[in-house]
Design a protein around this ligand. Structure first.
Ligand SMILES: [Fe+2]
Length: 250
């Protein structure tokens, strides 16, 4: 299978075959319990190398055409910083093919639903389905924040040696009140868990109730992620607004 060219048409069958080989009931049970406890589970084995390599190439091509530098602080997350370059979902929809195909893969979605222990469904707003975030300058960071929707898969397209920063820090089981985010209160009141991710890792993430950030880069180094956002049924009932997305993307 590794010699097969990955295309938008065959990606779902490649994922279905791979996931059935790598994940059995015991693995799903164990990973689901850890995921629900921590809001985070590294699932590097969920996709074969050929699929990840296809996404890496597509992300780099899209960055070269579309990225824009942002340097902002957002009041909805206690003025935490966003220092990075970004590519919006609309640019990914315009010039991506594997990214939308992997997003729509029913094999991937079934696996995520087993990990979440509930139905993982399409993000109802196209503008938040996909994003590319590119940190490259000393001090670049995705400051403390939550997500508007319940779930994400984060694909680590490239990560620096963790001694230069870029690790993920999390405080699970916290709630985002956009009018009173109280980020420092949560930091002071709770343990912070730090996860190191390297190039080619991916993790499944409970984004709406996990306060999180990346450790700022200590030198000019490259950290690129592809974020794919998914929803739960509960998100459809919420009046989701997108202030922080509007500040970071077109
Ligand atoms: Fe995030």
């Amino acid at each position: 299978m590794s010699s097969t060219q990955v295309t938008p048409e065959n990606i779902d069958s490649i994922l279905a075959e791979h996931i059935s080989e790598v994940f059995d009931d015991e693995r799903f049970r164990r990973d689901s319990q850890k995921f629900r406890r921590e809001g985070y589970i590294k699932v590097r084995e969920l996709v074969p190398d050929a699929v990840f390599e296809g996404l890496q190439k597509e992300v780099r091509d899209i960055i070269a055409q579309h990225e824009k530098r942002i340097d902002v602080h957002l009041p909805e997350t206690s003025n935490s910083p966003r220092y990075m370059s970004t590519v919006s979902a609309s640019a990914i929809i315009k010039d991506g093919s594997l990214i939308p195909a992997v997003y729509n893969s029913s094999a991937l979605r079934d696996a995520l639903s087993r990990l979440a222990a509930e139905a993982v469904i399409d993000c109802s707003w196209d503008g938040e389905k996909y994003a590319i975030l590119h940190q490259h300058k000393k001090g670049d960071t995705h400051g403390w924040h939550w997500g508007d929707f319940s779930y994400a898969i984060v694909w680590i397209i490239e990560a620096p040696d963790l001694k230069y920063g870029g690790a993920l820090q999390c405080i699970p089981h916290t709630d985002w009140d956009k009018s009173d985010p109280r980020v420092m209160d949560y930091i002071l009141e709770n343990p912070i868990r730090t996860y190191g991710n390297v190039t080619r890792d991916l993790y499944f993430f409970r984004t709406d109730t996990t306060l999180h950030r990346t450790i700022p880069l200590s030198e000019d180094k490259t950290r690129i992620i592809l974020n794919t956002t998914f929803a739960a049924e509960r998100d459809l009932k919420k009046n989701v607004t997108h202030e922080t997305m509007g500040a970071m993307f077109d």
